[in-house]
Design a protein around this ligand. Sequence first.
Ligand SMILES: [Zn+2]
Length: 444
Amino acid sequence: MRSHTGDLRRRLWCMREQKTAKSWQLHRDFVLDADRSRWLHDGTVTGRRTTTERPWASPGALLDLIRQGAATTRADLVDVTGLARSTVSQRVDQLLADRLLVEVGEGPSTGGRPPTLLEFNRDAGVILAADLGATHSRLAITNLMAEPLGVVATDRPIADGPEAVLTWVETAFDDLLVEAGSSPSDVKGVGIGLPGPVEFASGRAVAPPIMPGWDGYEVRDRLAERFAAPCLVDNDVNIMAMGEWWKMPDPVDDFLYVKIGTGIGSGLILGGRLHRGFDGAAGDIGHIQAGATDVLCRCGKHGCLEASAGGGALARTLTAAGHDAADTRDVVRLVRSGDTDAIQAVQDAGRLIGSVIATVVNMLNPAIIMIGGDLAGAGVELMARIREVVYRRSTALSTGHLRILPAALGDDAGIVGAAALVIEHVLSPEAVDSTLALTKGGSS
Ligand SMILES: [Zn+2]
C-alpha cells in the first residue's frame, strides 16, 4: 500500500504546490519529470523556509510521510521537511494524541540516544464498506489499512430498491460494529459500491439500468448522516480496481481492471489516480461496439461487447443450445466440466473481449491489466484468448512491459477498494489537518 499511496499523495501535493509555488516563487523545489511531463517536488528541500504554512509540513502531511514509509522517526521528519525539531515534535504530539500515530519502540542508535520509532496506527478507527452487486452483496468492517475485521455476504437483489437494501445495509453495519467490538464513534468513513453508473461528486446513482428506484437516490447523504462520518459512493468496478491496485505488492501508475460477469466493465487507474471521467462514465467498455452488430444489449443499443461476450450472453447462448446455464457461474461450471460448447463460447468471448482491450491498450498503455468477475473463473480458456489477441493487436511499444493477470483479491476486491477509497479521503493531509483543527481547537 505504502508506495503507491505515497505516489498518489505526493502528486496531489505537487498539483497544489505548483499553484502555491507560483505565488511564493518557489519553483526551485520542483523538478520536471521529463518522462511524464509532470512537475514533482524533488524531495530535497534546500534551505529552510521561514513560513510554517507549507502544506507538506502540516500534521496531516507528516502523517502521510510516515504512511508512505518516507519517515519513521522525528529526526527523519526534520530531514524530509526542513522543519524545526520543536515544530515536528509538536505536530507529532498532536498525531499521537489523536491516536493516528503510535510509538513502537526504538530504532538503531547512531551514537546518541536511540530514536523512537513512529508508526501509523491502523487501529485508530474503522471503515464500513459495502460492495452491492446486482444479486450478491458483501459488507465489511475494516481497519485503516483496508484489512477486513468482519465480513458478511448475502444474496440480496439490488432491485429491491434503496429503502429496503440500505435499511439492511445499515443494520448489517451495526451488527459488524458490535461483532468487531467497535463503537459508532470509531467509524471514520463509509464506502459504498453500486452496480451501475454513479455521480461520484454527489454520491448518487444515475439512471442505473438494473436498479429500479435508485435513480437520483441520495445514498451518500443517507449513510453519512446515519453513521456521522464521510461517505463515498462509486460504481462497483471502480472500487474493485481500487482494491486490486491498493493491494498490489508492486504497484504501477497505469492499471486497467476488467470485470467480466453478467456484463462487462472496467476501472482505470491513470497516472496514479482513479480515472472516472467528466461524468463518471469512464471505463464502460462493455458497451463498445464489438461482435455481432444485430444483438440487442440491455442498454438499448445493438452490437455492444457485453451483448455478445458477457456472462449473461454466454448463458443464453448455451441455454439455446440445450444446456442448463442460468447465469455466468453455470457457464464456468460447464467449462470446468469440459463441456466443448461452453469452452468454445468462452474462447470466442475471450477473443472478442481481447480485441476491445487491445484498443484500450493502444490508447492508454497500462502496465498491468487484471481480469476479474465471475467469468474469470473459466481460467485459462478465457485468459489465454484475451492475451493472444491483446498481444497480437496492440502496438509493440504498448505491450513491451504489459502484464495481463487474473485478479488477485477475488470476492474481497470490492470491499477492500471501497474501504481504500474512503481511507485515502479521510487520511488525506487536508482532511487530517481539518479534523485536528476541529478536535484540538486549532492546529499550528
Ligand atoms: Zn450496451
